[in-house]
Design a protein around this ligand. Structure first.
Ligand code: NDP
Length: 497
């Protein structure tokens, strides 16, 4: 409904307080005499102020600004030989979804057109519970050990003294953690400023597992390819838009759906048989690496379509809570260390942000029946299990476990220790491959973006970074060195951290 329609709508309901008492006057506070002071007995005024003071909930530490929409996922190809996940059980099967796209670093009022990774989260309301696929518009990430994550994010946020974002903090972190180069190269490429959310791909990024009906495990990567085509803003277009429309991406998604131009993504998977992980040339659980398509081709699975706008942003988008730990039978985790930490940290963040009963909120609530022994807690606004038995096992017909959902055992060995994932030459192959697949114009745009940002940092950071760029591809390193006005030796020495 647009503003004009809203204005035209005749109000016929009586205004009430939250407790349901009719409000006699919503424009005039109660005072002792016409000039005041106010009276403490004006409870409507105090309730109105008190609720207003509490309207904001904690902002997400990352991915604070976003847009969301409802839709459906339709299976187009049979992958039931790899997974028993009910949502993929037959071609044509439809599953309701809710998707949220976001910026990563900026706060909730941040301009939509800045260079940043974009979040790509989809909640599939399957018959066997919610599956949350929470990735980014990039297939890899900056770090591969979760102990580094919090520091990485702080380097992307604001300086403690100036409260400004800082190219120096970014490149200082990246130069000291060169495994980030693959993701940095994507971020600095033309795909670093997508034209809204409809024209970008989504990737599950981590390796997950599929379990089939024979209880066999496969490793899997998820891809969502935009059917609107990849489109990006040039840095110049983006800068102009920052001053014109800070909410460009939210508006673009909302308008497209309102005009019934429903955005669609083709969901694809790459599949690796379980035993191949042992011998594959890349560690398939390293989040800084892709599985090259030549080794593991993508297979079509289905179409994700977004076709319904939220009717209330706070209720449906702000309160949406996704967790990589929300997995369904047939889709499981993997040893990926970053994934292992995310399995826990997302629900932990939601308990803080929304409260312990956040899964009861309509946008988060599974469409299938939930039978749990969880009870009580703040804001328990369902029936709290009524009079049903509250412990398990019990003799009173309470829900019981179903062993047919047990995953096959995963063989794990090794001594418990802190294993450094040392930097090797291999860490520069994939960023180099990415550089080499770019055409001349794309390479120039990448180098220009790196020079512009790295150029704002002290010389020692530039000098630390250059050998890594050179190692990925000499043309990449030389191009940036030239842009920075630095004389590069033919084979710069890398300082392995
Ligand atoms: P392929 O040529 O088979 O795949 C290249 C992929 O790169 C395509 O999916 C393409 O996406 C994507 N791509 C093209 N330009 C860019 C860009 N500027 N930023 C990000 N992605 C881009 O080669 P490989 O599978 O061997 O991969 C080569 C490199 O491509 C990798 O090192 C990685 O950096 C990148 N890549 C690989 C992906 C994978 O899963 N293998 C996924 C995405 C990127 P599109 O089809 O939309 O044009």
């Amino acid at each position: 409904m647009n503003l004009e329609q809203k204005k035209a709508q005749k109000g016929t309901k009586t205004l009430t307080t939250a407790s349901g008492r009719p409000v006699e006057d919503n424009q005039t506070s109660m005072s002792a005499g016409p000039r005041g002071p106010l009276l403490a007995q004006d409870l409507h005024l105090f309730e109105k102020m008190a609720h207003f003071n509490r309207e904001r909930i904690p902002e997400r530490v990352v991915h604070a600004k976003g847009a969301g929409a409802h839709g459906r996922f339709t299976v187009t190809n049979d992958i039931s030989r790899y997974t028993r996940a009910n949502l993929f059980s037959e071609v044509g099967k439809e599953t309701e979804v809710f998707a949220r796209f976001s910026l990563v670093a900026g706060e909730s009022g941040y301009p939509d057109t800045v260079r940043d990774v974009r979040g790509f989260a989809v909640k599939f309301y399957t018959d066997e519970g919610n599956w949350d696929m929470i990735g980014n518009n990039t297939p890899v990430f900056f770090v591969r050990d979760p102990l580094k994550f919090m520091d990485f994010i702080r380097s992307q946020k604001r300086e403690p003294d100036t409260h400004l974002r800082s190219d120096t903090m970014w490149w200082d972190f990246w130069a000291l953690n060169p495994e980030s180069l693959h993701q940095v190269t994507i971020l600095m490429s033309e795909r670093g400023i997508p034209k809204g959310y409809r024209h970008m791909n989504g990737y599950g990024s981590h390796t997950f597992s599929f379990i089939n009906a024979e209880n066999e495990r496969f490793w899997v990567k998820f891809h969502f390819k935009t059917m609107q085509g990849i489109k990006n803003f040039t840095p110049e277009e983006a800068a102009t838009l920052c001053g014109k429309d800070t909410d460009w991406a939210i508006r673009d998604l909302y308008k497209a759906i309102e005009q019934k131009a429903y955005p669609k993504w083709k969901m694809q998977v790459q599949i690796m048989p379980e035993e191949e992980a042992e011998h594959y040339r890349w560690n398939p659980f390293d989040l800084t690496k892709v599985w090259p398509h030549g080794d593991y081709p993508v297979m079509d699975v289905g179409i994700l379509e977004l076709n319904r706008n939220p009717t209330n942003y706070f209720a449906e988008v702000e309160q949406a809570a996704f967790s990589p730990g929300n997995l369904v039978p047939g889709i499981g985790a993997s040893p990926d260390k970053m994934l292992q930490a995310r399995l826990i940290s997302y629900s932990d963040a939601h308990r803080y942000r929304l409260g312990v009963n956040y899964e009861l909120l309509p946008v988060n609530c599974p469409k299938t029946k939930v039978h749990t022994y969880q009870r009580d807690g703040f804001m328990r606004f369902d029936e709290n299990g009524k009079a049903s038995v509250v412990y398990e096992p019990n003799s009173f017909g309470g829900p019981v476990e179903a062993s047919e959902y047990l995953e096959p055992p995963l063989k794990i060995s090794g001594n418990a220790a802190r294993y450094k994932q040392a930097l090797t030459d291999d860490d520069f192959v994939q960023p180099g491959n990415l550089f080499r697949l770019m055409d001349k114009k794309q390479k120039e745009a990448l180098i220009k973006a790196v020079v512009e940002s790295l150029g704002k940092t002290p010389p020692f950071i530039q000098e630390r970074m250059l050998p890594y760029l050179y190692k990925a591809d000499p043309e990449y390193g030389k191009g940036v060195a030239q842009g920075l006005g630095i004389q590069l030796r033919s084979q710069p020495q890398m300082a392995m951290p």
